[in-house]
Design a protein around this ligand. Sequence first.
Ligand SMILES: *Cc1c(COP(=O)(O)O)cnc(C)c1O
Length: 398
Amino acid sequence: MTTQAPKTFRPATNLVHGGQLRSQFGETSEALYLTQGFVYPTMETAEARFKGEDKGFIYSRFSNPTVAMFEKRMAMIEGAEAARATASGMAAVTASLLGQLKAGDHVVAPRAMFGSCLYVIEELLPRFGVASTLVDGSNLDEWRAAMRPETKVAFLESPTNPQLGIIDIAGVAEIAHRAGASLVVDNVFATPLLQRPFELGADCVVYSTTKHVDGQGRCLGGCILASEEFIQTHIHNFLRQTGPAMSPFNAWVMLKGLETLPVRLAQQQANAVRIADFLAAHRNVERVLYPTREDHPQHALAMRQMSGGGNVIAFDVRGGKEGAFRFGNALSIVKISNNLGDAKSLLTHPATTTHQRIGPDARAASGIGEGMLRLSCGLEDVEDLLEDVAAGLAAAGA
Ligand SMILES: *Cc1c(COP(=O)(O)O)cnc(C)c1O
């Protein structure tokens, strides 16, 4: 087997060739090694492998050639020394936290977070003696004030879901490091192509590869990226022994997804820019939140730490929940779904779905209004999408 595409190639090239382990058959496409285990030529090889003296594969809960190709390609594109794939994005988030924490430790995170991340930090960690403080992520003074001697981890996502708030990653990294804590960044909304958290000081980056990396609505997956030392100290054994491994089949689908990520994302983002401008000019829209628009409250910060706004738009329609429901029910191309990053454009009403559980007060505190909608722009013809959105807005204002 040979490894192709050394790190000197540009991202789009690495996304096509990076990390490929080509077998003796010389296959063009990455091979799918759908196997649980591996056989050893001799008893001595088995012994050497378990001792770590022979680098071959042992068991697919630990590692697998197809999954290893995916991890290598993700590490190359992120500029990380090491990567570990997981069964889902939440498995990556949970392992990145539990792998570092023990009873008595403390975590700081923003109030505005993906719902399941909030569950892990607010409800799960305290059951094991790990306290947390939730802050307004955009306010560095709150981050600073929340740090304690026992703070071990700062965790954030930026842009945030669903309100597309931007958090100063470099600012939080400095505060966390000064307090002796590490910074974990959930980089799903930006993707590895639009935001580089390691260059801004993050110690660990996590993804739900369910989103843009697959990008075609098929498989769940996640990934944890960090230095070799961080992975060895905090993540490697935790994953190996607890078992949230990515299926080789899903890794194969994700590898195919990575090949087309730059072209998909560029088109989806171009669609999002057009649609955001259209929404902002419409009388039935109260507010549009899109990171690279000048009216975004953190526009300057977004321009500083992102190289593009991504494919997700948040906006408030007139008429509150009823207006938002009329909008969604009038659409014919855009589908109603809580997913994002897909080739299909998808619409979510956070207040009644993804953020229903946190209740009206927490929603209000996070700026999630009853009329807020989140639109993940897909790969359809933008003219068709604009007509669909226009039909939704006409219905919203009826
Ligand atoms: C989807 C998502 C997750 C969870 O990923 P799954 O693959 O659904 O487990 C975590 N964080 C963010 C920001 C997400 O969008």
